[in-house]
Design a protein around this ligand. Sequence first.
Ligand code: ZN
Length: 158
Amino acid sequence: MLTDVDRAHLRRCVELATEALDAGDEPFGSVLVGPDGTVRFEDRNRVAGGDATQHPEFAIARWAATHLSPGDRAASTVYTSGEHCPMCAAAHGWVGLGRIVYASSSAQLTGWLAELGVPPGPVRPLPVTEVAPGVAVDGPARGLDEQVRELHRRLHRG
Ligand SMILES: [Zn+2]
């Protein structure tokens, strides 16, 4: 179940995804919200420089490992415009972060990219729960998922 607070954080993720696209990166953005409900860290995709691992969810996992206690990590929520890829789901699981809320799912993205004629990437788009089965997951968010879809259309149609 998504609350109004969840949707507000997801809207920020979509803003960050838009910033990424406008900067020449891929349209993904993510926010880490601590146990007290405050935003602790946020980032966006930064792959245009040539490092395809520069995903915001990975950056969040690393930031959390450095700055948060294990207890605070487990009580934190990661909001993201698109469901974690397997690399980021694994990082999330390894550092012991809590709930994930996404605006759009990997299954949705896979369908959208296929419709756009984009060939599959090098990593299988497994759902988070296949990679990190202990993580609670919510999404997609109706309405916001369509905004994410539009960003991917912009990326691939130019
Ligand atoms: Zn990723």
